[in-house]
Design a protein around this ligand. Structure first.
Ligand SMILES: [Cu+2]
Length: 171
């Protein structure tokens, strides 16, 4: 009997925690909207008409991002055509170490929320890919500031398993 009431307390605590988590969601969306507008040090989203180069990328379950070319120069507008050739969801993010620190935590928080794991997120520099899915991401590498770029998948555990590629952008 004592055990049973203890588990009821735990259940109530879990439910309370879940409802507070959902109550916090509008604030989280606002944060997302804000950083969708802030300038990234590694460039910004661009349009199809501005594309100067197309690079194909495969994301696989061996936790690798395979690029058919890594020759990116400052000022390039690259259209990344990314295919998830694996059996589990992956993502493709253009970023740097500052973005990695921010995004890895967001992904862990989302994975911990009921119904939120694998959800699309509005970051303009990230695409989420279901198994077999192909998506494109067009990115302008800032001609003045872009140097070190980190391409990565931040599905929990994947970056840690080596699912990233660092590129130093040439002149
Ligand atoms: Cu992945």
């Amino acid at each position: 009997m004592k055990m049973k009431s203890l588990s009821m307390v735990m259940l109530a605590a879990a439910l309370f925690q879940a409802s507070t988590t959902f109550a916090q969601m509008p604030a989280m969306h606002m944060e997302h909207a804000q950083h969708a507008h802030h300038a990234f040090a590694f460039g910004r989203p661009a349009q199809e008409a501005d594309v100067t180069k197309t690079i194909h990328v495969e994301a696989n379950d061996q936790m690798r991002l395979n690029f058919d070319s890594m020759a990116i120069r400052r000022g390039d507008v690259v259209k990344f055509v990314v295919k998830n050739v694996g059996q589990v969801p992956h993502e493709f993010a253009v970023g740097d170490d500052a973005f990695r620190r921010e995004h890895i935590n967001e992904m862990k928080q989302m994975a911990a929320m009921p119904g939120m794991a694998g959800m699309e997120h509005p970051d303009p520099n990230v695409v989420s890919l279901q198994p077999g899915e192909t998506k494109t991401l067009i990115w302008r590498f800032d001609p003045l500031h872009t140097r070190n770029v980190l391409f990565a998948c931040y599905v929990p555990g994947h970056y840690e398993a080596g699912m990233y590629q660092r590129i130093v952008i040439g002149d």
